[in-house]
Ligand binder design. Structure first.
Ligand code: SF4
Length: 483
């Protein structure tokens, strides 16, 4: 989603969606399915969450700020009875971290009630919103998902079905969207023509399930059916499944950072396992940037998979060298720098017995501003590591993202201003290497037929409106800062 506040762009977020269509709601109560699905997608957003259910055409919902386990109790879930449901977890920046921006959005219009849950970021939302406002629309939230809702409602007036209205609206919005829409009778899943964000379909008996990642299907015992294709709309309704395909050709552009960091290790996206790709990144780094060392360790969680790959390829033993406190959230999705820094201090600790007196290869997934890696390297050296060689399983961040990832402007990206050697020194590392851009296709093992790497390469798969570029000044960017 994109956030609007005043008339300026606000930073972007990474979200998760989950929905279920059932004829009778008997296989698994839809609200409980959503609850379990959202727990599995919690890594995609920890600030707010919500579930909307449809009981024979009547849509009710519950949403609030907080983690899924904090927002939903048994008594709330028991009140959310019905046959169809959709749900959402959200990450946002501090200014927009408010209840009214929580999803699903539920709106009443001339044809009844609609609920929508959106992961992504529209690149023409500003323009569309301005046009809608000129025509008298009043917005309740500051997110671009509401623009989509208005577009669908407007198209529905002249369309024969809700899926036709959603399909028509999709021709007018640009950017990234993996979207679920619930009408009184149907659950509709749509993925943008480039397929920036993941979306997959599963089934439990006769019930149809859609989720941002396959780990959420596993969590509810659903069998994976397939990914929703870029530009595809799938509608689940009383007469079964209907499919519509966007006829406008677009390059497949799945966000490569889903594999590197966002997605859960046990998910499979567009035919490739996330764990497989992360391990491969480690293998490639071992070939690309070898170093003599005694032990390979990974920064939990996503650095561990790459560390295993590096170890397998190099023959240097893998050890658990850093212990993570699992009971606090990901620093990446904490909205303020202060919150992030506090989290780092209580999140990780070095295992002195595994690193003292050793030359360590430390695998991490990315360096953005460069402040966190230095703290981890120092922590290992304080624990007695003789040398620390930092290996990063992604190329350096050099460009902002306009498709829903909260990457700072160029002036805040450490790799824009400093050489690799300088970054190594600033992070107290004895050496540093990033996975090269050329290695990304190999990391994806030829299984991902098209991907976006614009934040590394500067090559954006779609045209970015000048207005969007102009409305992304530094002050509106919350840093992508991990750990
Ligand atoms: S610019 Fe980067 S973060 Fe954004 S969609 Fe492309 S690869 Fe993902």
């Amino acid at each position: 989603m994109t956030n609007f506040e005043d008339t300026s762009w606000k930073p972007h977020e990474e979200c998760g969606v989950f929905g279920i269509y059932s004829k009778d709601g008997k296989e698994i109560p839809p609200a409980y399915a959503c609850y379990n699905g959202l727990l599995a997608l919690q890594h995609r957003g920890q600030e707010s969450c919500g579930i909307a259910v449809n009981d024979s055409g009547v849509i009710s919902y519950s949403k609030d700020m907080g983690l899924v386990s904090e927002v939903f109790s048994d008594s709330v879930l028991n009140r959310l009875g019905g046959q169809i449901a959709l749900s959402h977890v959200r990450y946002s920046t501090s200014g927009d971290s408010v209840r009214e921006n929580a999803q699903p959005l539920v709106m009443r219009y001339i044809k009844g009630t609609l609920a929508i849950a959106h992961n992504g970021n529209l690149t023409n939302a500003h323009e569309l919103r301005r046009e809608l406002e000129k025509n008298g629309c009043i917005f309740q939230t500051t997110i671009d998902s509401e623009v989509i809702a208005y577009m669908i409602a407007r198209e529905r007036v002249g369309a024969v079905s809700i899926e036709e209205a959603v399909f028509r609206a999709m021709q007018k919005v640009e950017g990234s969207f993996s979207l679920l829409v619930m009408s009184p009778q149907k659950l509709i899943a749509v993925r943008d023509p480039n397929g920036f964000r993941p979306l997959c379909m599963g089934k439990i008996g006769d019930d149809i399930v859609f989720a941002s990642e396959s780990c959420a299907l596993d969590a509810v015992g659903a069998e994976f059916v397939r990914d929703v294709e870029p530009g595809e709309l799938i509608a689940a309704g009383p007469s079964g499944l209907k499919y519509h395909y966007n006829k406008k050709p677009a390059n497949r552009s799945l966000c490569v950072f889903e594999y590197i960091y966002f997605a859960r290790t046990d998910s499979k996206i567009d035919g490739l396992g996330v764990y497989e790709s992360r391990k491969e990144a480690g293998r490639l780094l071992a070939r690309q940037s070898p170093v003599e060392a005694d032990v390979v360790i990974g920064v939990p969680e996503s650095g561990i998979d790459a560390a295993i790959g590096y170890s397998e390829e190099s023959g240097i033993p893998y050890q658990k060298g850093i212990v993570k406190n699992s009971y606090i959230g990901r620093t990446f999705i904490k909205p303020t720098q202060l919150e992030r820094e506090r989290s780092v201090r209580i999140k990780l600790n070095a295992l002195e017995s595994e690193v003292r007196g050793k030359r360590v290869v430390l695998l991490d997934d990315s360096i953005v501003r460069g402040t966190t890696s230095g703290r981890i390297v120092s922590m290992l050296k304080d624990a007695g590591a003789k040398e620390v060689h930092l290996r990063i399983s992604s190329p350096p961040f050099l460009w902002p993202c306009y498709y829903g990832t909260d990457i700072p402007t160029r002036e805040d990206l450490i790799a824009v201003k400093h050489t690799v050697e300088e970054i190594a020194q600033m992070n107290y590392a004895d050496s540093l290497a990033f996975l090269s851009l050329d290695n990304l296709p190999d990391m994806l093992k030829g299984k991902c037929s098209g991907y976006c790497d614009a934040c590394f390469s500067g090559k954006y798969p779609t045209e970015i409106p000048q207005e969007m570029i102009d409305h992304r000044p530094q002050s509106y960017c919350t840093p992508i800062q991990r750990l």
